[in-house]
Design a protein around this ligand. Structure first.
Ligand code: PLP
Length: 417
């Protein structure tokens, strides 16, 4: 048997398939070449390789000690000794992986305990854990909506939400970012009953760093009788008295039918979840293909996620510390004359004048031992070039001062025309 049946097969239908394949390969190859040409070989946002981590926000990149202001480790829990100890213990007791889906032999005590912890944290009867945040959106949205339904989503929603809308089979339309009036218009124009409409939005949008108007949008959706889904990927652990996210902070939990979140940001590992107050949504365990047809999370990840959520629930001081740092950071950046895309918060962006200036600025920061994200179209709204930062409770005041000192030196280049 050959490993490469397409090359070996000489039948006419195989030849036709090969021609088709070469068309696909040609197109994909051209895109790859284009990316190689524009990315080059060194110091490009798409070529960053971390050689060593020295804690959640310190790393060695290209032999240089670098402070990271572009991770999602908002609370530094990926290096918390308690999370690491829980992971180590689970690793020894349960092995490296679950090797099966939750509906086969991949349903271990740890997965069930993690779901109970999340349900308790949200004060809801149940929670469903997925293997990534992307899959939590895929599984939940595709499990809820299908042919004949309508999904109305915020135009700044994450790619996983857009892909889920596409895969669901439902009709889907964006409403203007954070605009309850536009949502109301679309709900009025809808040709399906409101009970077949799912409104999808996020708690914290991580490109501009602006907070979703969860309460305003959910109120409009509920006035019409539509279902509301909120992705709290970035809000979890940072907003609300209990750290449940922007929905909690705005007092809107009673208006939201399903909340999805991820473990890959403040929780510090990988995985995702959905919580809901509707008993009917237990069916998601059988309807969500992204839950059914994939292996469950590795035990070490499950154990550290559970420990991290318990820390988030019981230690509001960690959240407060992150906010103190985020304010110090953002107010400092604004005082230097840079303009932020949104109010000070844990994640945000500074607008660059264009691609070349943005690239140069990003490279100079890296050369001085600061890593941030450079976001370029099509990953940004309105084709902007953005320097995106995130702040962590694990940053020291000295880390922030170092960043501000460097930004002060570089300010004339970024600000003057
Ligand atoms: C809003 C939002 N939802 C979902 C995801 C996907 O989460 P994960 O990376 O955990 O799969 C992300 C990741 O960046 C996100 O920003």
């Amino acid at each position: 048997m050959s490993d490469s049946p397409v090359q070996q097969n000489t039948r006419p239908e195989a030849a036709a398939a090969t021609t088709q394949l070469s068309g696909i390969l040609r197109r994909v190859g051209m895109i790859g070449d284009m990316i190689d040409r524009s990315v080059g070989n060194a110091d490009h946002p798409l070529r960053i390789q971390i050689e060593r981590f020295d804690g959640p926000v310190q790393a060695v990149i290209d032999g240089r000690q670098t402070t990271l202001f572009g991770t999602n480790s908002y609370l530094g829990l990926n290096f918390d000794p308690r999370c690491i100890a829980a992971a180590e213990q689970a690793l020894r007791q349960w092995g490296t992986g679950s090797t099966a889906s939750r509906v086969a032999s991949g349903n271990q005590d740890g997965h069930v305990a993690l779901e109970r912890t999340i349900a308790k944290f949200y004060d809801r009867p149940d929670a469903i854990v997925f293997s990534t945040g992307f899959m939590a959106n895929m599984g939940t949205i595709c499990g809820l909506a299908s042919d004949g339904d309508l999904i109305l989503y915020d135009s700044h929603c994450h790619a996983s939400i857009i892909d889920a809308c596409r895969a669901s089979g439902a009709t889907f339309k964006p409403f203007k970012h954070n605009d309850p009036v536009d949502l109301d218009r679309l709900l009025k124009e809808a040709t399906v009953p409101a009970s077949r409409i799912l409104v999808v939005l996020e708690g914290l949008y991580s490109v501009w760093g602006d907070v979703g108007d969860v309460k305003g949008l959910a109120t409009v959706a509920k006035d019409h009788g539509a279902l509301v889904f909120v992705d709290e990927a970035h809000g979890l652990g940072l907003y609300g008295d209990n750290g449940r996210g922007v929905t909690e902070a705005q007092g809107a939990e009673h208006l939201v039918d399903a909340i999805v979140g991820t473990f890959s940001k403040s929780v510090g590992v990988i995985g995702g979840y959905c919580v809901t107050m509707h008993p009917a949504l237990k069916s998601l365990r059988f309807l969500a293909r992204a839950y059914l047809y994939t292996a469950s999370l590795p035990p070490a990840v499950v154990a550290s996620a559970r420990t991290a959520i318990e820390i988030i629930a019981s230690e509001p001081g960690l959240r407060a510390e992150m906010w103190r740092k985020a304010e110090r950071f953002c107010l400092g950046v604004e005082a230097l004359g840079y303009s932020l895309c949104a109010a000070p918060g844990p994640v945000g962006s500074i607008r660059m004048r264009g691609l070349v200036q943005g690239m140069d600025f990003w490279r100079d920061l890296l050369a001085r031992g600061i890593y941030v994200n450079l976001l370029i179209p099509p990953a940004t709204p309105a084709g902007e070039v953005l320097l995106r930062f995130s702040v962590s409770a694990a940053h020291t005041d000295a880390d922030i001062d170092k960043f501000l000192d460097i930004m002060r030196e570089m300010a004339p280049r970024a600000i003057s025309a």
